[in-house]
Design a protein around this ligand. Structure first.
Ligand code: NAP
Length: 324
């Protein structure tokens, strides 16, 4: 089969489309899946470059532990292990496979059944590919961690990314919240459903300096200290850091709880549990309450171009990779 092989940390340009052996079932709880689509996520970009360097301690000192990256997939079941009762040959499945050894940037992958869910017939394959990772980030940060309530005010920093596009719609349409989205101007303009008054271009406006305060802040980048963030959080407000530079995340983990106790706010870091919340988000997509946004489609052989687009942060929503 064809696969994009990552032999070492680099820029992504050095990924090579290679012929490798088609994967076989490794355990009774595995499925072999023919990949229909995958996407580009921050995990993939981080593993391709080995940056931030600190993460090499976890994911491989000299090269990523996994040669075939690709953190989420949609595909067709080819074969199942003896103990798999959930799926049969021909079922279309999807999932965030970042804790299952990755493997989306290939024609086939062997994946544990626990990392997969059935794709409903009504759900388009490419939209399905765009859901699992971002849906988990958005649902878990808003619902499981921030415990969002109907009608609250929400700010999403990084609203133009995979998590932000879904999170803003979940808050707006499912929880009836007023949502302020923060990102670059060209991304905000593309998100027509985000009202003009509620879109902040972070190159011109600092959301902690407007005087406006929110019940919930979901932050894809964590570029501010908790002290600074207090200026934008209402009493009782919850801040959830979804991602950011390791130093900022460590600082938040150490001082966030203390500042929170002193100021009646809560500071949280999200630890993603792959595919948790996917069922709920899938229901909202099928009900047309929310809509994933596909940025661009690339062939598997053009993965380096897709990674460059992601790395330059030109994407709005999700970049989809198609093996054919
Ligand atoms: N907590 C966990 O367990 C976990 C697991 C997986 C991933 N993550 C993290 O989840 C985060 C969100 O993922 P995603 O898929 O939505 O990422 P994404 O698609 O890269 O979106 C991030 C968005 O943030 C914008 N941005 C960058 N700098 C900004 C700033 N200073 N202020 C406001 N917006 C800014 C980016 O646009 P511009 O760069 O053009 O501004 C982009 O639109 C990532 O940081 C990722 O590492 C966390």
């Amino acid at each position: 089969m064809k696969a994009m092989i990552c032999e070492g940390y680099g820029s992504g340009d050095d990924l090579v489309l290679s012929d490798v052996a088609k994967p076989e079932l490794k355990t009774d709880a595995d499925c072999v899946v023919r990949i229909l689509a995958s996407t580009v996520n921050d995990w993939d970009w981080m593993l391709v470059r080995g940056k931030p360097r600190l993460y090499r301690l976890l994911f491989g000192l000299l090269r990523p532990r996994w040669k075939i990256l690709g953190a989420e997939i949609v595909g067709v079941i080819e074969s199942v292990g003896a103990s798999v009762t959930e799926f049969n040959h021909g079922d279309v499945v999807y999932g965030d496979v970042s804790e299952a050894g990755f493997g989306g940037y290939a024609e086939y992958a062997c994946l544990p059944v626990a990392s997969l869910r059935r794709v409903p017939d009504q759900l388009d394959v490419e939209l399905a590919a765009a859901l699992p990772h971002a849906a988990g980030l958005a649902w878990q940060s808003l619902v499981d961690v921030a415990r969002l309530e109907q009608g609250e005010s929400v700010l999403i920093n990084g609203v133009g990314g995979g998590m932000g596009v879904l999170g803003a719609q979940i808050a707006q349409h499912h929880f009836g919240c007023t949502v302020t989205g923060v990102d670059k101007a060209f991304k905000l303009e593309a998100l027509h459903w985000l009202g003009r008054a509620d879109a902040l271009d972070y190159e011109r406006v600092d959301f902690t300096g407007t005087g406006q305060r929110y019940d919930v802040i979901i932050d894809a980048q964590t570029t501010r200290t908790p002290w600074r963030l207090l200026k934008a959080l209402k009493p009782g407000g919850r801040y959830v850091s979804v991602g950011g530079a390791p130093g900022r995340l460590v600082a938040l983990a150490l001082i966030g709880p203390v500042i929170g106790r002193l100021t009646r706010r809560r500071f949280h870091l999200l630890a993603l549990k792959p595919n948790q919340g996917l069922d709920e988000v899938e229901t909202l997509v099928l009900a047309k309450e929310i809509e994933p946004r596909i940025d661009k489609r690339f062939a598997l052989s053009d993965l380096p171009l897709a990674l460059q687009r992601f790395g330059r942060s030109e994407h709005i929503g999700k970049i989809v990779i198609l093996p054919k």
